[in-house]
Write a protein that binds this ligand. Structure first.
Ligand code: TXA
Ligand code: MG
Length: 338
């Protein structure tokens, strides 16, 4: 199958494919998602096959209206309504208890909850509304690879495996949505994202964070947390102190292979970069770094062969919590030490 690229004004054709049970990737403000009719079990199971995704890792249900959520979820609590009013459409995914028997086990992984999200992209909201059905929306990458922030990343991973990609340019945020579990007594963040703990607490009071690294024998709250993630072919190493980049460059200069560096412009400007080191700018600040993190990792995978990618660490607060969560997974927890 040749994967067709749709422009934003071609959503009608893309919606038709979705209704026919085909897979179509779509843009959101976080990362590109892989869409399929969430009410069609065969379509949903084809998503696992296309991504190479473990079958016990449930799919996000992507909607264009709150009414669509109410078809499947138990009556919404006041706190859930407040979250939707404040953050939807946007980078917040909300785990809710389901009405029994409404969504297939293929979508829910056998859980009695599902994760719902209304993304902030006009083209995608129109796509879902036109199709008239919620669509599953895992990130549109091969399982284990960095999430796609450009249509060409999706094409690279899934060409020939899916019917189409709606291309609406680069995504804005660059990492996946915040996931909050509202099916438990104390609202719990399962994955940090652009919507921060402080912003959530302003709306609904105390929330708990539960996105520590999950061990192999542990049952994680968000099943996806136990798998290897966002990993390019090269080893990623986190550089926590900008002063340590100098030592990293000294180490790099002694290597026979090419070495990569991803850092903000200020850091790069102060480095003396050896011949065998290639740099990738993360822009000015934590916003641009988050926006460019996955694209940078993919850049080194596709455009050059490097052995190690030294990547700038940020403070673990606000958007930095989302950035560091993804970077830590890319690096398999590896930090550069002098
Ligand atoms: O920004 C995003 O959320 C993107 C865009 C495309 O919408 N989607 C995304 O989907 O990141 P995915 O499948 O890559 O990550 C969804 C995570 C997985 O870790 C999964 O285990 C978890 O959500 N999840 C899904 N259903 C769940 C549930 N009922 N309870 C807890 N976690 C759930
Ligand atoms: Mg993913």
């Amino acid at each position: 199958m040749e994967t067709k690229i749709f422009k934003p004004d071609e959503v009608e054709a893309a919606a038709k494919l979705l209704r026919q049970g085909e897979l179509v990737a779509f843009p959101t403000e976080t990362v590109y998602g892989l869409g399929a009719d969430a009410t069609n079990e065969q379509a949903a199971s084809n998503v696992y096959a296309a991504k190479g995704r473990p079958s016990d890792n449930p799919l996000i249900v992507t909607v264009s209206s709150i009414e669509m959520v109410e078809r499947y979820a138990q009556p919404l609590s006041d706190k859930v309504k407040q979250l939707m009013a404040q953050f939807w459409p946007g980078s917040l995914t909300i785990v809710l208890p389901l009405k029994p028997g409404t969504l297939s086990k293929t979508v829910t992984g056998g859980l009695d909850t599902a994760a719902f999200r209304m993304p902030q992209n006009q083209v995608t909201l129109k796509l879902i509304a036109t199709a008239g059905i919620p669509i599953v929306g895992p990130s549109a990458n091969t399982s284990g690879k960095p999430s796609p922030t450009l249509a060409k990343h999706v094409y690279h991973d899934l060409n020939g495996k899916i019917a189409g990609i709606v291309d609406d340019g680069p995504t804005k945020v660059g990492v996946e949505s915040t996931i909050i579990d509202m099916s438990v007594d104390v609202p719990t963040i399962l994955r940090p994202g652009a919507v921060t703990v402080a912003e959530l607490e302003q709306v609904i009071g105390d929330v708990k964070a539960d996105h520590h690294h999950v061990g192999a024998n542990e049952i994680p709250k968000a099943p996806g947390m136990k798998y290897k993630h966002y990993a390019p072919s090269a080893q990623v190493e986190i550089v926590d102190q900008t002063a340590d980049f100098a030592a990293a460059m000294q180490w790099a200069a002694q290597q026979d292979e090419t070495i990569g560096v991803m850092a903000t412009d200020d850091v790069l400007a102060q480095l003396s970069v050896p011949q065998n080191v290639e740099t990738y700018s993360l822009g000015q600040d934590i916003q641009s770094a988050t926006h460019l993190l996955f694209a940078g990792l993919r850049h080194f995978d596709l455009e050059s062969e490097v052995k190690v990618i030294f990547t700038e660490g940020f403070a673990n607060t606000g958007l930095g919590a989302a950035y560091m969560n993804r970077l830590d997974k890319s690096a398999g927890g590896m930090h550069f030490t002098k």
